[in-house]
Each structure stands twice: as C-alpha cells, then as structure tokens.
Design a protein around this ligand. Structure first.
Ligand SMILES: *[C@@H]1O[C@H](CO)[C@@H](O)[C@H](O)[C@H]1NC(C)=O
Ligand SMILES: *[C@@H]1O[C@H](CO)[C@@H](O)[C@H](O)[C@H]1NC(C)=O
Ligand SMILES: *[C@@H]1O[C@H](CO)[C@@H](O)[C@H](O)[C@H]1NC(C)=O
Ligand SMILES: *[C@@H]1O[C@H](CO)[C@@H](O)[C@H](O)[C@H]1NC(C)=O
Length: 549
C-alpha cells in the first residue's frame, strides 16, 4: 500500500494496544492464551502484540535449568573451564560493573595518550548515570523478572554461568548459559573495552547512555499503574537533558541499548491497561538512537541488534575454530524445529509441528509445557541445530526469535516465514540479499496448507545448500557478542557493527543539523522505515500486507 497508510497508523495502534489489555489478562492466567480477534487491524498486528510478552512457554515462576548443564559437567573431567567456575559466581562483585571501573579505565586511556588518529570520528563518551539506572538494578536482580530467576545470569559480566561440554556439543571455551534479556549488561561491559572511549565529551562523536531499560521495565510490566512504569524513564530524561552534552545536538548523538523488544517501551496512552512504558515515545528519546533485540518497523529511533547467543569468544581463534568446526559438521536432519506450539490460528507453529512430525527428515524438539526444561538446556538446542541443514524460525510471541541467532551460530540455514523476523530487522548485520543465507516461505502459504516444507527444502541442490551454509557460517562473528572481559583482534562482532551503525547515524544527523535540515525528515515516511531500511525505496511491495492493514 502507499504512503497514505502512515496517516491511519496511530488509530490502529490504539486498537492494538487496547486489545492487548484483554490479551494480557488472558496471558497472565494462561500462558498460551491468544487473541482470536476478527478485527482486521488486530489480526494483522497480532503477532506484534504477542511480542509484548514473554518468551515462549514460560508457564510459572521457576529457576531456569540452564545451569543444570554446568552441574552435570561438574562431573566431567574433560572440561578444564569448569574448574575455575566458582571464581565468577558472585553477581555483584564479579560482573565487572563496579561503578569505578569505567572511570578508571577511561582515565587510563585519556591520560597517557593524546587523541588517537585511528579514533577520529569514533570517540564515545559514556554518561556516568546515577546507579539507580543500572548498577542498582543488578543488585535487585531478584525483582527483575516474575518468572525467571535473573540473578543466576548476572555472573561473568552478564554472560551467565559457563556451560560445560559433557555432550561435546560446544567448544571447550567461550560458552555460557546466556539469558536472552541480558544484552544491556553485556553491551555496557563491552563498551568499557571500547578502544575509543573519551572523558572529553567535546571530542566525542556519540554519547552512550548505559541505562538498563529492559531490566527496569520488566519489573513493572505486570500489575502496575502508568506512573510506576514511567517513573524511571522520566527521571532518566530529566537527568540527561540537564547535562551539557544534551544541549549540543538535542540528544541526536545519544544512544542506548534496550535488551527487550520495542513494544515494551512504546505505550501510547495513559491507560493502565495498555502495555509497557513510554520510554521510546518520549520526545527526548525520539531524538536518540536505541538498539533493541526487536525494533519497530514503523519508527526510525530504534534499530534491531542480535539477541545474545550462548557463544562469547574471547579470542579470534575461538571464533575461527568454531566456524571451521561448523563447516565440517555433518548433518543428520534436513530440517528441524525447536519451539512450543501456540493456540493461535494466526500463528503457524502448529502447522509446522505437524509437518515436522509427519516428515522423517525433520527433527522436532518440542518445548511444550512438560518438555520445557529440555529446551532450556543450551546443549539440547544447539545439538539439534548443528545436526540440521535448515532450521525453521516462525514467529512466536513476536516476529523475532533468539533462536534464529542460535541457528546461525550452529551453521544451520534459517527458514523464515515473516519478513519482520530478520530481514527488515537486522539490516546492519545480515546481507540485504536474504536468499543468500536463508529460505523464505511466506507464512500465509503455510497457514493455508499450500506448502509442504520438506519438498520446498528438498529442492535445494547440494551445491546451493553448500553455498548458503557457507554464507551462514560467515555471518557467525557478526551475530555474536564477544566476551566483554577480553578483546577480539580482527573479528568484528555484533557490538562493533552496532557501534559503526550508531556512529554513521549520528554523523548523518550532525550533517543534517549543520546544513539546516531536520534529521527527522529523511526522504521517506516514518511508517515506511522497515521498507526503506531494506530496499531504500517506498514502492509497493509484496510484503506490505505483513506491515500495513
Ligand atoms: C489450547 O487449546 C486446546 C483446545 O482448545 C486446549 O485443550 C488447550 O488446553 C489449550 N492450551 C493452552 C496452553 O491453552
Ligand atoms: C529459585 O531460586 C531461589 C534462590 O536462588 C529460591 O529462593 C527459589 O525458591 C527458587 N524457586 C524455585 C521455583 O525453585
Ligand atoms: C559440583 O561441584 C560442587 C563443588 O565441587 C559440588 O558442591 C556439587 O555438588 C557438584 N555438583 C554435582 C551435580 O555433582
Ligand atoms: C531534538 O533535537 C532537536 C534538534 O534536532 C532539538 O531542537 C530539540 O530540542 C530536541 N528535542 C528535545 C526534546 O530535546
């Protein structure tokens, strides 16, 4: 559809957000509940609305069992990594977040070396936020999530407990039981190692705001009133705008990371029953850039970055070794699906599960209730992916899935069913030519029973598969976050690529302002952001129905 779509967007949103209120109530009592709305707007958007909640199949308060793996491996003598594990177990002291860390590090860098020419245009100034915006949230880790015990994941600079290798699925180093919501801490810790930090904001190209936005909002997503949910966002903005750094460009050079999907931060009304806080709709934050694991297709102030995976190498060679191992890896299954069914007619998970069960060439790791723990074990999931040529990555609670990155990491060619699952999201990281590294099967064809997954995948020749798999393996460094306590030499990871993306965007805003243009007025309509990001055009596209009414 055309540009006129933009004008009806806010109204649709209103409907969506209102509908969410109802849905949420259902979810709260029944994690598999869904909206069975006949309203077109709602149904088009429903996938996104699902996203407002929780990772699949979290059904009750429980301590995630990832760490089972390390205890199991406790017994295995072949993994020396496990031996020094207890050193890293104190969440507060050992996460590398001590308030003075950064200041010390920056002083060190700033004092002995003058401006480094290789840092020209790359300097980043990090705001020294009051601890209530970051450190305190780690200390209060028990309150961060109603369903998941988050404290266990705070260790190792936010990577989580190390996982052993009793099943031989991983390499001996660099593997952690990383929770998908930990990006804020991992990114902040990576920033502490960034080579062009400066304490002089006047030479900085960008200003990093180490606010743990997702941790903060996750405490209040359920059963709270609007003022409670918005308090920290408003306090943050008040703090930021009181600083001289804000005045320079009105925040256009500021950026932050939100380790939860964008819909947790985009409440449009002041009604308690609407979802999330309003962080990302505040005028100040609209001037900033926010990196998030799932960005909005219709807004230009947030950018999709990879979910954290389980692999956090501390040297280039760990990356190369893993890549060559995945090149050699023999595959037993043509395709696989790891996930839980959904009780939604809108979603295609149940059809995929049925097709998988009906095919001898498919491996299913069913994450439905009784089996959930099995899917929480990184080795179970990674083993299936490593053994599969293709990995099915359908939308679930939202269009994106951490699983897509786990699949890439395992050298498994992802199969996407919705363009918002990756193609329109992670344009900084993935090739625009998505056919090079993935298979796209429109979800409506699956829903209508028009497509047999096995025969579609079977049609790829040996040679095509080999080339696509190689593309996937080449992507591995770009979608992982290195261990923040060490530095990779030549490999650029997702952090490095994110920083490049931010610097480029800030530079563009700076040029616009200098030349008297409004940075908010790129040559496209904001609601077409997804399309422009990917195709650099706003022309009608076959995917429009995924994004517009
Ligand atoms: C899904 O729907 C079926 C049939 O309507 C019902 O038996 C089942 O309990 C539902 N599952 C969940 C998790 O809500
Ligand atoms: C989770 O772990 C905490 C301590 O780490 C414990 O107090 C709590 O009872 C555990 N919850 C469950 C459901 O096992
Ligand atoms: C793992 O090792 C620790 C310390 O050596 C021990 O307390 C614990 O019981 C072991 N876990 C298992 C499952 O053997
Ligand atoms: C947003 O940036 C513009 C400059 O592009 C500035 O004039 C405006 O004051 C900023 N908005 C806020 C709320 O600071």
């Amino acid at each position: 559809m055309e540009k006129s779509n933009g004008t009806c967007r806010p109204q649709s949103w209103f409907v969506i957000f209102v509908s969410f209120g109802l849905w949420f109530v259902l979810f709260y009592f029944n994690s598999e509940a869904f909206i069975s709305s006949k309203n077109k707007v709602q149904s088009v958007m429903a996938d996104y609305v699902y996203g407002i909640t929780y990772p699949q199949s979290i059904t009750s308060v429980e301590n995630v069992t990832d760490t089972d793996e390390s205890s199991v491996d406790n017994n295995s003598v072949d993994d020396p990594v496990e031996i020094d594990e207890p050193r890293n177990e104190d969440p507060i002291a050992k996460n590398g977040n001590e308030p003075n860390d950064l200041t010390d590090l920056v002083k060190e860098i700033g004092s002995d070396s003058g401006p480094d020419p290789s840092c020209s245009g790359k300097y980043i100034y990090v705001h020294d936020l009051p601890s209530e915006f970051n450190e305190d949230l780690i200390k209060e880790c028990r309150t961060l999530n109603k369903w998941i015990e988050m404290c266990q994941y705070m260790v190792n600079a936010g990577l989580g407990p190390r996982i052993g290798n009793s099943q031989g699925v991983f390499s001996t180093k660099g593997w952690f039981s990383t929770n998908q919501f930990m990006l804020e801490v991992i990114f902040h810790n990576r920033m502490k190692q960034y080579k062009c930090l400066t304490t002089d904001s006047s030479i900085a190209s960008a200003v990093f705001v180490p606010f743990y936005a997702g941790f903060e909002v996750a405490r209040y997503l359920w059963d709270t009133d609007v003022p409670t949910r918005d308090a920290a966002s408003l306090a943050l903005v008040k703090w930021l705008t009181s600083k001289p750094e804000w005045k320079v460009l009105g925040g256009r050079d500021h950026f932050m990371v939100a380790g939860r999907i964008t819909w947790d931060f985009r409440r449009l009304t002041e009604k308690d029953e609407d979802w999330g806080n309003k962080l990302m709709v505040l005028p100040e934050v609209r001037n900033m850039s926010t990196l998030t694991i799932e960005a909005s297709p219709w807004h230009r102030n947030d950018f999709g970055v990879p979910y954290p995976t389980y692999f956090h190498p501390s040297s280039d060679s760990e990356v190369f070794q893993w890549q060559s191992r995945m090149r050699r890896q023999r595959k037993r299954f043509l395709f696989s699906f790891v996930g839980a069914p959904r009780n939604s007619t809108k979603l295609i998970r149940n059809q995929l599960i049925d097709q998988c069960l009906a095919s001898k060439k498919c491996k299913l790791l069913d994450c439905n209730k009784g089996n959930k723990k099995s899917c929480d074990k990184p080795s179970n999931v990674m083993k299936v992916f490593q053994n599969s040529i293709f990995c099915l990555e359908p939308p679930g609670d939202s269009p994106t899935r951490r699983s897509a990155f786990d699949a890439i990491l395992a050298g498994c060619i992802p199969v996407f069913f919705h363009p918002g699952s990756a193609y329109t999201q992670y344009t900084w990281f993935l090739p625009r030519d998505y056919k090079k590294y993935s298979v796209y099967i429109p979800e409506d064809q699956v829903r209508d029973g028009k497509v047999n997954i096995e025969s579609v995948l079977q049609r790829y020749s040996r040679d095509q598969v080999r080339r696509m798999k190689e593309e996937v393996i080449k992507l591995i460094p770009r979608v992982i976050y290195a261990d923040p306590r060490s530095k990779l030499e030549t490999v650029e990871d997702a952090f490095d690529i994110s920083i490049e993306g931010v610097l480029e965007r800030v530079e563009k805003a700076r040029t616009d302002l200098r030349e008297g243009r409004n940075p908010d007025e790129p040559p496209y309509l904001e609601t077409n952001t997804w399309k422009y990001n990917l195709f650099k055009t706003e022309e009608k596209h076959e995917w429009d129905h995924f994004f517009y009414d």
